[in-house]
Design a protein around this ligand. Sequence first.
Ligand SMILES: Nc1ncnc2c1ncn2[C@@H]1O[C@H](COP(=O)(O)OP(=O)(O)O)[C@@H](O)[C@H]1O
Ligand SMILES: [Mg+2]
Length: 249
Amino acid sequence: MTQLAVLRAKKISKHFGGLVAVSNVSIDCPPGEIHAVIGPNGAGKSTLINLLSGDLRTTAGEIYIGEERIDRMSVSQKSKLGIGRTYQRTNIFPNLSLFENCFLAAQAYHGTSLRFFKGARAYVDVRDTARMAIEKVDLQSISNRLVGTLSHGEQRQVEIAIALATKPKILLLDEPLAGMGAEESENIINLLSELKSEYAMLLVEHDINAIFALADRLTVMVDGEVIDCGLPNDVRENPKVQEAYLGES
Ligand SMILES: Nc1ncnc2c1ncn2[C@@H]1O[C@H](COP(=O)(O)OP(=O)(O)O)[C@@H](O)[C@H]1O
Ligand SMILES: [Mg+2]
C-alpha cells in the first residue's frame, strides 16, 4: 500500500473483566476506501468501532490517525482530528430540526459554545458546515423537519449527516442498514458509495449484499479475533471464513 492510512490500529485489544471482546486486532482504513468488517454476533465488531472512536479505551495496542497516536486522547480531541461516527440514538435530538441537529454537531467541531459565541462570522461558518452536511446526504428538502418525525431510513441518513457536520476524515458506521427496507437500503448504499471518494470509511454491516457492493477490503472477525482480511472476493473463498460466517447466512 502506498498511501498512508487515514486510520490505523495496531494489535488493539479490549478486555471486559475476563472476557476478551477484541483480541490483537490490526486494521487500517486507507483514503478513498470502504473497509468492511463482518462477523457473527458477539464477534467484537461494535467494540472495535467504540475503541477506534474513543468511546472505549483499549486494554492494549495503538491507534493512529495519519502519524498521530490517538488511543489515549478523549473523544472530543479525536473528533477534532477527524473521526466521525454514527450513533443510534445518543446524539440525535428528535425535537430539533435536521438543520438544528447538524448545526449543533458543526458547532462542536468549530469549538464555539453558544455562551461564548464569537459573533456573526462564527455563526456563518457553523451554518455553512451544517448545510454542507445536509447537502451531502441530499436531505435539503427536509432540513427544517423535526428529526423525530422522519422515517427510520431518513433518520439513519440524519445520523450520517450529523457525523459529516463534524468534518471527519474517516466515518465509522455500525450497521447503517439495520432495520431498513430494500429501497431505503439502496439509498444508503448509493450514498455511501458517493461519499467514499471523500471520506475513508469503516463499515460494520450484516447485509452481505451491501458488503459485496461497497467494500474495497474486508475483514472477518470471530470471537474477538481477525480470521481473514483482504480483497472481498479473496476473503469469500477462504474456507475458514465460509465455515465461520458466510456459510451460516
Ligand atoms: N460494555 C461491555 N461490557 C461487558 N461486555 C461487553 C461490553 N460490550 C460488549 N461486550 C461483550 O463483548 C463481546 C463483543 O460484543 P460486540 O462488540 O457488541 O459484538 P458485535 O458487535 O460483533 O456483535 C460480546 O461477548 C459482548 O457481550
Ligand atoms: Mg454490534
